[in-house]
Design a protein around this ligand. Structure first.
Ligand code: EPZ
Length: 420
């Protein structure tokens, strides 16, 4: 197993190219099996989660491969409806195969995802939506089995206790493209990744309207065809580099982004006194003066993303004053606190709010990554800490950040990988 080592205390300056979005690419790759024809998908990051999805698609009987950032998928006529437990259990996002399998084959069997370190992650909204489309759902031996003679469009409300659900909306959107009649999803998630998925589906001949709002309408069609499509930039990777600029008193230009996808973060950075300049596809984040503490509450899009909560917390650890970071999507997503505190931060948890009392400096330490975004937060803390930080269990980071050491080193960090 590898670990990441960081020699901290360097100011980051320069230009970074942001990769394609992991969380857009995963459902888009799954959606490609809605047709038997070939699709070519560009701007797909080379990441562990993506190669897991490609392996699953191959196991289902599709031909699929990635060359650089281009994935080619030819599902063919003989797709199997059972996603293999061995692979599915390693990636929770595999749940987004349920919709396309059900849509195309009218049956699907995918193992039920368990909880994970960021908390309980139920799939009741996915199942409710599929039932509303006419599927019969059973859970047997840890697998979700969905089957239907035919899928019929339906009106449904997909809000849950924590608001909308990204992948439940994606699953229903995908299944409904091949249902008979019109499906309306109320309280749909409005994340940019869903707009990307809708655009992809429409480029295959689907009729999806309203993506990006909370009411999505899908008019079922008989058949979809192959397509060529380019995935949007990764707003969470972009946000992580934006925080890195502020944290290291740096000056970073981010290229190949959609700045408005990061409005909630940019607004907080401006409030904290960080310099923010944006144009159509890039942004420049510059440290200007002592950063002010800001309070952050995570919410569904366009609110502050839960996937940037840990990174923002790293920034607040060295900001003079008190800030409160409240998690409203995954109330238990705070595994990074104890590791950050090992580096000298002063954070304590009150329910689903972290109270951060800024300290003058962090000191490098061996720390343990618990999930993808927590790992990113520890790398950020390591960049600003005095001395050496060893981030163990780096495989979490490899699920979601393409060539992270290379990108950080190119703008002045000193970070490398070592075998444990
Ligand atoms: C997506 O997960 C992302 N994953 C997550 O990113 C992200 O944290 C999350 O959306 C929230 O933005 C992918 O896109 C692959 P949800 P998803 O369903 O869709 C509750 C990362 O680090 N809920 O929108 O699974 C749920 O418990 C990952 O890249 C139900 O109650 O998340 C949570 O509180 C981690 N019932 C809230 O909804 C359900 O059936 C939002 O979760 C489904 C969800």
């Amino acid at each position: 197993m590898d670990k990441i080592v960081i020699d901290g205390g360097r100011r980051l300056k320069g230009q970074v190219e942001i990769s394609g979005s992991k969380n857009s690419a995963l459902p888009i790759l799954a959606a490609a099996i809605l047709t038997s024809e070939e699709s070519v998908i560009e701007n797909v990051p080379q990441l562990r989660d993506i190669s897991t999805m490609i392996k699953i698609l191959k196991d289902l009987g599709a031909r699929a491969h990635q060359e650089g950032n281009v994935v080619t998928i030819r599902p063919g006529d003989n797709i199997n409806h059972v996603a293999p437990y061995k692979l599915v259990s390693t990636m929770r996002a595999s749940v987004c195969l349920l919709g396309p399998l059900l849509g195309r084959l009218k049956k699907a069997e995918v193992s039920m995802p368990g909880g994970c370190v960021i908390g309980a992650r139920p799939i009741d909204l996915h199942l409710k939506g599929m039932e509303m489309l006419g599927a019969k759902i059973t859970i047997e031996h840890g697998n979700v089995k969905a089957s239907a003679k035919r899928l019929r469009g339906a009106d449904m409300y997909l809000g849950g206790p924590f608001g909308s659900s990204v992948l439940a909306t994606a699953n229903i959107m995908m299944a409904a493209t091949l249902a008979e009649g019109i499906t309306r999803i109320e309280s749909a998630a409005s994340e940019p990744e869903l707009v990307d998925l809708a655009n992809f589906l429409n480029s295959m001949g689907a009729k999806v309207r309203g993506a990006g709002s909370h009411l999505i309408e899908i008019e079922g069609v008989k058949k979809l065809h192959g397509t060529r499509y380019k995935v949007i930039p990764d707003r969470i990777e972009a946000g992580t580099f934006m925080v890195a600029a502020a944290l290291t008193k740096g000056d970073i230009r981010l290229k190949n982004i959609v700045p408005e996808h990061n409005n909630a973060l940019l607004d907080k950075l401006r409030e904290a006194g960080v310099g923010v300049e944006t144009n159509r596809t890039s942004a420049r984040i510059t440290y200007r003066r002592k950063i002010k503490p800001v309070d952050v509450t995570t919410l569904p899009y366009p609110g502050f993303p839960t996937d940037l909560q840990a990174q923002m917390m790293s920034l607040m650890t060295v900001t003079q004053g008190i800030s409160v970071i409240t998690e409203k999507i995954y109330p238990d997503r705070f595994m990074h606190i104890s590791e950050l505190n090992r580096m000298g931060s002063k954070i304590h948890l009150e329910g689903n709010s972290a109270i951060v009392a800024g300290v003058k400096r962090l000191s490098g330490a061996p720390v343990m990554a618990s999930d993808l975004r927590a790992s990113a937060a520890l790398v950020l803390a390591g960049l600003v800490a005095e001395g050496r930080t060893d981030v163990h269990r780096v495989y979490h980071l490899d699920r979601g950040y393409e060539r992270i050491e290379e990108k950080l080193n190119s703008i002045g960090a000193k970070i490398w990988r070592e075998k444990e």
